[in-house]
Design a protein around this ligand. Structure first.
Ligand code: IMP
Ligand code: MG
Length: 177
C-alpha cells in the first residue's frame, strides 16, 4: 500500500486546529477545575500535541489506549470490539472531560468511550474528532468539535497509520494500491 494523494495539507490542518482550540477556549471559558483532555492513543498524539498548545483555559493532558482494529491481514477492517489496553491516569469524577480522537469511521470506538466515561461520574463528556468519514455510522455518536469530513477512504498521516506505517507524515493522505 502506497500514498495515493494528499487529502489535507499541513497548513489546512494547522488553521483548523487553531479554530477548534479557539472554540474550546470560548466554550469552557471560566471553568475552575481544569478540563481533562483524554487522547486516544496512538492516533491522536499529534493532534493532541497541537491542539493543547493553543488552549488558554486550564487543562490537563491524559491518554488512554484502545484497540478496535486488527493490524494483521486485514488492517482496514474493524474487528468489532473495543478493548481498553491502557486506562487514563487522572481521576475523572466530577471533572469536565474532552475525548480527543483522530478519526471516526463506524463510531464504535467513540460510542464505547463516551458510555465508559459517563459511567465514571464525570461532570461532562464532550468529544473532538479531527476527521470523520462520510459513511453511514453504525454507532451514531455526537461529535462536539469536528475538524474535517473526508470520503470513505483509508487515510494516513498526522497520527493515523496503516499497520504502523505513515503515522508521522505532517499531512493527511489517502492510501492506495
Ligand atoms: P471506528 O470505531 O470504526 O469509528 O474507528 C475508529 C478507529 O479506527 C480510529 O480511532 C482509528 O484508530 C481507526 N481508523 C478508522 N479509519 C481509519 C483510517 O482511515 N486510517 C487510520 N485509522 C483509521
Ligand atoms: Mg483512534
Amino acid at each position: 500500500m502506497k500514498i495515493k494523494k494528499t487529502l489535507i495539507e499541513t497548513q489546512q490542518i494547522e488553521n483548523r486546529v487553531k479554530e477548534l482550540a479557539a472554540q474550546i477556549n470560548r466554550d469552557y471559558a471560566g471553568i475552575t477545575e481544569p478540563l481533562v483532555l483524554v487522547g486516544v492513543l496512538k492516533g491522536s498524539f499529534i493532534f493532541m500535541a497541537d491542539l493543547c498548545r493553543y488552549l488558554t483555559i486550564p487543562h490537563v493532558v491524559d491518554f488512554m489506549a484502545v484497540s478496535s482494529y486488527s493490524h494483521s491481514s486485514n488492517a482496514t477492517k474493524a474487528s468489532g470490539n473495543v478493548r481498553i489496553i491502557m486506562d487514563c491516569r487522572e481521576n475523572q469524577q466530577d471533572r469536565d472531560v474532552l475525548i480527543v480522537e483522530d478519526i471516526l469511521d463506524s463510531g464504535h470506538t467513540l460510542d464505547y468511550l463516551i458510555k465508559n466515561f459517563k459511567s465514571r461520574y464525570t461532570k461532562s463528556v464532550r468529544t473532538i474528532v479531527l476527521v470523520k468519514k462520510k459513511t453511514r455510522m453504525s454507532y451514531p455518536v455526537e461529535i462536539d468539535y469536528l475538524g474535517f469530513e473526508i470520503p470513505d477512504v483509508w487515510v494516513v498521516g498526522y497520527g493515523l497509520d496503516y499497520a504502523e506505517k505513515y503515522r508521522t507524515l505532517p499531512y493527511i493522505a489517502e492510501l492506495g494500491e
